[in-house]
Design a protein around this ligand. Structure first.
Ligand code: DGL
Length: 272
């Protein structure tokens, strides 16, 4: 039964919940299984080989859970591993996320776009190809923000600490002429209010949850796999500490959540 086969949504940590939120809005009847690879967060400064190994382990876990589709709700893991995942699981619908460079190139008046993401995303050949393809005429300013990932993982998304953390990076790109800012890491939408305050009210902040949800709907529909009735369900699993994920997810999604731990076989031990 389709309604027993979940859509897997995956991130290094809680960032992908910003994408999950949009998927729930667009596909309210779908059963969702969110996996946070919390034992290995952050991915941003880790090697491509490491992120590939983790992405493969989580994809295998989704398959073991009978998933129909996998949304890689992590720009870093998409950049590092999406091609490998598709090769490994050709039967699975696999959807990735990437920074919203194309809409940013359409929106900018100054011809300068600022991109906040992880070091891994910004250094990837996939990102370079995206910029070359979608925005060859635009000046793209890159700003890795690993400290923002750490803050969101600690549940610090508003207040003086969040405001202080976003102040200098945002000012740097605004002063260099960026009139559109791309939130190229799925953790960053949780800092949206702080970033908007620092950037100024008219500055577009682009994220990708809604377009990814539309694409997921399209892919499911095309294969006759869309679940259109029922109440949907959401399970949270983590390779790390389940009560900690439950607390953080409840805070970020604004609703009480529980979480479980992924079995040892998929948790991994190596680092780097
Ligand atoms: N949320 C992820 C991304 O979109 C990864 C952040 C991290 O683990 O460093 O890139």
């Amino acid at each position: 039964m389709l309604s027993e086969s979940p859509i897997g949504v995956y991130d290094s940590g809680v960032g992908g919940l910003s994408v999950l939120r949009a998927i729930r809005d667009a596909l309210p009847h779908e059963p969702l299984l969110y996996v946070a690879d919390s034992a290995h967060v952050p991915y941003g400064e880790k090697t491509q080989a490491f992120v590939e190994r983790r992405a493969c382990a989580i994809a295998d876990y989704f398959v073991s859970q009978g998933a129909r589709a996998m949304v890689v709700a992590c720009n870093t893991a998409t950049a590092a591993a999406i091609a490998l995942l598709r090769k490994r699981h050709p039967e699975l619908i696999i959807i990735g996320v990437e920074p919203a460079i194309k809409p940013a190139a359409h929106l900018t008046h100054s011809g300068v776009v600022g991109v906040f993401a992880t070091t891994g995303t910004l250094a990837s050949p996939k990102f370079a190809a995206l910029v070359q393809r979608e925005a060859p005429e635009v000046r793209i300013l890159l700003r890795p923000c690993p400290e923002w990932v750490r803050l969101v993982e600690q549940g610090v998304v508003s207040g003086p600490e969040a405001a202080e953390a976003v102040r200098a990076p945002v000012a740097e790109l605004r002063e260099a002429g960026a009139d559109v800012l791309v939130l190229g890491c799925t953790h960053f939408p949780f800092l949206r209010d702080a970033i908007q305050d620092a950037a100024g009210p008219g500055v577009p902040l682009l994220e990708t949850g809604a377009p990814v949800s539309r694409w997921l709907r399209h892919q499911l529909q095309e294969r006759g796999m869309l679940v259109e009735h029922g109440s949907g369900s959401l399970h949270l699993h983590t390779t790390g500490d389940a009560p900690a994920l439950a607390r953080l997810a409840s805070q970020l999604l604004g609703t009480a959540m529980t979480a479980d731990t992924v079995p040892d076989a998929w948790r991994g031990t190596s680092s780097a």
